[in-house]
Design a protein around this ligand. Structure first.
Ligand SMILES: [Zn+2]
Length: 146
């Protein structure tokens, strides 16, 4: 009989379902909701349940492989694994999300919070606006040039 379930360590091996969900997110090339992921997996896994998707997303977030974008209620494959501070620049016109390192700026905020006894675990800043392409009027539907 087990006493308690150990926390999912950052270095934990990801399960088959975790990797399936991660592959869908990487292929999405942008943010996707849990139901977008479910829809993409249904053809090959007709019995997959939403709880399976949410559990996989939770594992992937803890492993630093996926980030949750709160304001969009969506998930994005991390450009770099880890739990570093990031800023998401979210274009409200084309929906493109750019992930940027926010180390020093957010570091100042988290240090101030830590001085007050708060322990930040995953600082994320989300900024909505218009991307450079939309601002220049040159962005077509879901544009994304290599
Ligand atoms: Zn845009």
């Amino acid at each position: 009989m087990t006493k308690s379930i150990p926390p999912h360590p950052v270095t934990a091996v990801l399960s088959g379902n975790d990797l399936l969900v991660f592959d869908v997110l990487r292929a999405a090339n942008g943010p996707a909701s849990a139901y977008d992921i479910l829809d993409r997996l249904k053809p090959e896994r007709p019995r997959i349940a939403p709880t399976t998707i949410y559990r996989a997303l939770e594992h992937l977030i803890r492993a630093g492989r996926v980030r949750r974008i709160e304001s969009l209620n969506a998930y994005l494959a991390a450009t770099e694994a880890g739990d570093r501070a990031v800023v998401f620049a979210i274009c409200d016109d084309c929906g493109r999300v750019q992930e940027r390192d926010a180390g020093t700026e957010v570091g100042r905020i988290t240090k101030a919070l830590a001085r007050d006894g708060f322990r930040p675990t995953h600082p994320v800043v989300e900024v909505h606006g218009r991307c450079g392409d939309c601002e220049a009027g040159s962005n077509s539907v879901a544009g994304g040039k290599p």
